[in-house]
Design a protein around this ligand. Structure first.
Ligand code: ADP
Ligand code: MG
Length: 362
């Protein structure tokens, strides 16, 4: 067996693509490290598929550069880019068996029959479909079809694998299971993966880094944790994770909510438009006594208590900020006892959790 080739970095620079009036890609630049799992995350119509198809060679950009390692790819046809691809629809050949589907990329590359058989078996074992080779595609469940598509994408040991919403046709339980499996599989394959999803939770679960796409532009590229805790714009803060937000005024680097000067340890990004305070429900702390001086005080009256299984949502009415949602883990709620409706409670937002973002990136 030939040993696996090493994964390649991807360098995208100044990529543009317009369809009539629509600027699907607006000067996109992105560096993806060799072996990285990078996710393009954004709402429908933001340009994720256009960017992925440009990487694959199916969309010809109006301008810019795409390099795999040190090779410029912009004029290279799709079949010469050496990519593995998985689509939302799987795009399997329904009239072929599982093994024939997986063998297809090897066949068109002229790999010998005996080598094909070995490599197909190994790829099917990797996706836990050992022994399924003779099945028809029509005899498989959605999750199994998805795995066949995956086996076909990796059977020729590509240095780069592109995936466009590959799990979106699966039900929630199977989707969450496959997220963990795909992540584990990436660790085994020495490949750079570019993954597309509109599901922020999926992106947080799977990625080494996430590129947030908005209106044909990349707003921020970060690790999941930093993206969640230190968003650079209101769009990113709002799209990733649960939050409520309030407009604040900025003067001499001091953010104020009404007359209250906000304490924060986080950097405040520059941008266009005003700034907003972003509060994550699980980062607010219900205090037993008064809120400590070091924290921002959002104490108020409890409007409602909503049991949600794994957590309890406490809805607090604050004099100037209005309604604030606080999430308390269910086990902790059980231990400390929950406040009751109508009670006044202390609510602290600590400086390390106080996120202030510009409305728009610069
Ligand atoms: P996403 O994958 O994030 O949902 P797309 O990359 O498919 O977004 O689309 C980005 C924008 O480009 C959308 O406004 C879409 O309507 C437009 N678009 C994409 N492909 C074409 C095309 N072949 N012709 C015209 N407009 C297109
Ligand atoms: Mg798409």
């Amino acid at each position: 067996m030939p040993s696996a080739a090493h994964s390649l970095p991807i360098d995208v620079s100044g990529l543009c693509k317009s369809y009539g009036q629509v600027q699907a890609l607006d000067n996109v630049s992105l560096n993806i490290a060799a072996g990285e799992f990078l996710t393009l995350l954004g709402p429908s119509g933001s340009g994720k598929t256009t960017l992925l198809m440009a990487l694959a060679g199916f969309v010809r950009p109006d301008g810019g550069s795409i390099r795999f390692g040190d090779r410029e790819m912009i004029t290279t046809p799709p079949h010469k880019r050496g990519l593995g691809m998985v689509f939302q629809s799987y795009a399997l050949f329904p009239f072929m068996s599982v093994a024939e589907n997986v063998a297809y990329p090897l066949k068109i590359r002229g790999v010998s029959k005996s080598d094909q058989t070995k490599r197909v078996e190994r790829a099917l074992e990797t996706v836990q479909l050992g022994g399924y080779g003779t099945r028809r595609i029509t005899q498989l469940s959605g999750g199994q079809k998805q795995r066949v598509a995956l086996a076909r994408a990796m059977v020729f040991e590509p240095q780069i694998i592109l995936m466009d919403e590959p799990l979106s046709a699966l039900d929630k339980k199977l989707r969450e299971h496959m997220q963990i499996e795909l992540k584990a599989l990436h660790k085994k394959l020495d490949a750079t993966v570019v993954y597309v999803t509109h599901d922020q939770r999926e992106a947080l679960t799977m990625s080494d880094r996430i590129a947030v796409v908005n209106n044909g532009r990349i707003e921020q590229v970060e690790t999941p944790e930093r993206l969640y805790r230190q968003p650079h714009s209101f769009f990113v803060a709002d799209f990733v994770g649960e939050s409520i937000s309030l407009p604040v005024t900025m003067a001499n680097d001091q953010a104020r909510l009404g007359t209250h000067a906000l304490k924060t340890n986080l950097p405040i990004a520059q941008g266009r438009g005003g700034h907003r305070l972003v509060m994550r429900p699980e980062l607010l702390e219900v205090t037993s006594g008064a809120v400590p001086e070091t924290a921002n005080d959002f104490s108020g009256k409890v409007d409602d208590i909503i049991y949600q299984g794994d957590s309890v949502l406490v809805v607090v009415q604050h004099a100037t900020a209005g309604q604030i949602n606080v999430r308390v883990p269910a086990n902790r709620a059980g231990q400390t006892g929950l406040p009751s409706k109508g009670e006044r409670i202390g609510l602290a937002l600590h400086p390390e959790d106080t996120i202030i973002v510009p409305e728009h990136v610069a």
